[in-house]
Write a protein that binds this ligand. Structure first.
Ligand code: MTE
Ligand code: MO
Length: 434
């Protein structure tokens, strides 16, 4: 079902600006204050030199609490960034198509709640449901109810909209706010669960419903002194009915605590925030819905965008990563197998070109997975370096819609959807010194 995103958003934004719309207790004035404090509505500062720390603006404003993440985070697998854990790409080499849970990135606004599956309930409620006049339109499901329904199993990546954000600073000299991810805020899993469309139908979805909003059971998110409430983000009904699932298994096991136990939303190809973890309720509304996560966050702001920002972000972008750490060394005179993965929110991966000489020449990599939208394709290429010294590895993917990774990404203040080719620094060593 095609979604007319722009008409949908124009209508929604109009209501928001005229104060009609609900934002669940968060006033528009508070949001504007917050946005100004975070520099969101200001134009870009003078670009910092390309050598500036990628995390300058992000880490200065964010204290570094011990992350409230349950699973072990050994440094060879993860890099801790505030309340989040980024997967080290070197740890994915040889792991197969699905990302093992022990190295799947975690993005938490607050901390992982350890929810009890037996007492967990999902409440589906709101004006978009059928119900007797004057009665509460709400339906509850427990995990047993969901497990009794026909299940689906899908492969899908979950990727943070800010994945790759640090390269806005290090490659382009742009000043952006947010977690300074490199490329490890992405993982692909096999998810099993119930189609959201089925649960919505059982709950009495009407044709009047336009938006729904899943909400997490983790703590309320407080930032810049403002309590934004529980993590929640509206989604058009058309997406919900298309391919979204309520997942209760990840890679064949019950969902782990950190990834939404016992049930999360999986919204294939869409920005990570659409995949609400620890979902406790879903509002289904006959009016457009708003939350900070579709008004001030997860839109593109900046000189290239309208003052009110772009439409709320939907699909992820196109990226490539090497399964090698930055600064890795390679012996000259020996054949090495370079491996990596590319993925796109808009199509499958058609081909990937790799440069081992900082972009001077390119060769086509071998693809190891058939192209599918919303998952990644693994690739490899042999490299026989001869000249010692510093160089950069580059990978540039083209997806089945013909889209290819550009040299630079038009900046946006919050550093979302970086899609440019990343320069991966490595050093070739004299054969004797290895
Ligand atoms: N309830 C809740 N859901 C959430 C979040 C959160 O903090 N709380 N983070 C979102 C973001 S921004 C991302 S990128 C993904 C990360 O999923 P993961 O931690 O399983 O990798 O979860 C999304 N769902
Ligand atoms: Mo995210």
């Amino acid at each position: 079902m095609p979604i007319d995103e722009s008409a949908y958003d124009r209508r929604r934004l109009g209501q928001w600006l005229s104060g009609e719309a609900k934002a669940e207790g968060v006033s528009r004035r508070d949001l504007l204050r917050l946005a100004a404090a975070a520099g969101v509505l200001t134009t870009l500062a003078t670009p910092t030199p390309a050598s500036a720390s990628p995390s300058a603006s992000a880490s200065a404003s964010t204290p570094a609490p011990a992350p409230g993440i349950v699973k072990p985070l050994p440094p060879e697998l993860f890099t801790i960034r505030g309340t989040n854990a980024e997967t080290n790409w070197s740890a994915l080499r040889g792991t197969g198509f699905h990302t093992p849970v022990d190295r799947f990135f975690v993005r938490n606004h607050t901390s992982t709640p350890r929810l009890d599956a037996a007492s967990w309930r999902l409440k589906v409620w709101g004006s978009g449901l059928r119900g007797a006049p004057g009665l509460d339109k709400s339906v509850e499901f427990d995990l047993h109810d969901l497990r009794r329904l026909p299940s689906v199993t899908i492969d899908a990546f979950v990727e943070c909209a800010g994945n790759g954000r640090s390269y806005f600073a290090t490659q382009q000299g742009d000043t952006v706010t947010g977690t300074a991810w490199t490329l490890g805020a992405v993982g692909t899993a096999r998810w099993r669960g119930v189609p959201l469309s089925l649960v919505l139908r059982l709950a009495g979805l009407t044709r009047r419903a336009v938006d729904l909003q899943p909400r997490g059971l983790d703590d309320e998110y407080v930032t810049g002194g403002i309590n934004l409430g529980r993590v929640r983000r509206p989604m058009p009904v058309a997406k919900a009915l298309d391919d979204v699932i309520l997942a209760y298994e990840m890679n064949g096991e019950p969902l782990p605590y950190d990834h939404g136990h016992p049930v999360r939303i999986v919204a294939p190809s869409w920005v990570g925030i659409s995949n609400i973890k620890w979902v406790g309720d879903i509002e289904v509304s006959d009016q457009p819905l708003y939350s900070p996560w579709n008004t001030d966050f997860y839109r593109l702001f900046g000189p290239a965008y309208p003052a009110e920002g772009s439409a709320p972000l939907t699909g992820q972008t196109l990226k490539s990563a090497f399964e090698t750490s930055a600064g890795a060394t390679f012996a000259a005179g020996v054949r090495h197998r370079l491996t990596g993965r590319s993925w796109s929110g808009t199509g499958g991966i058609r081909h990937v070109d790799v440069s081992t000489d900082a972009g001077a020449t390119w060769r086509r990599a071998d693809l190891h997975d058939r192209p599918r939208t919303g998952i990644w394709s693994r690739w490899s290429l042999d490299w026989h370096p001869t000249a010692p010294g510093a160089t950069a590895l580059l990978a540039r993917a083209i997806d089945t819609t013909g889209r290819s990774q550009p040299a630079t990404t038009t900046p946006n203040t919050q550093g979302y959807l970086f899609d440019a080719v990343v320069r991966h620094p490595v050093t070739v060593l004299e054969p004797a010194s290895v």
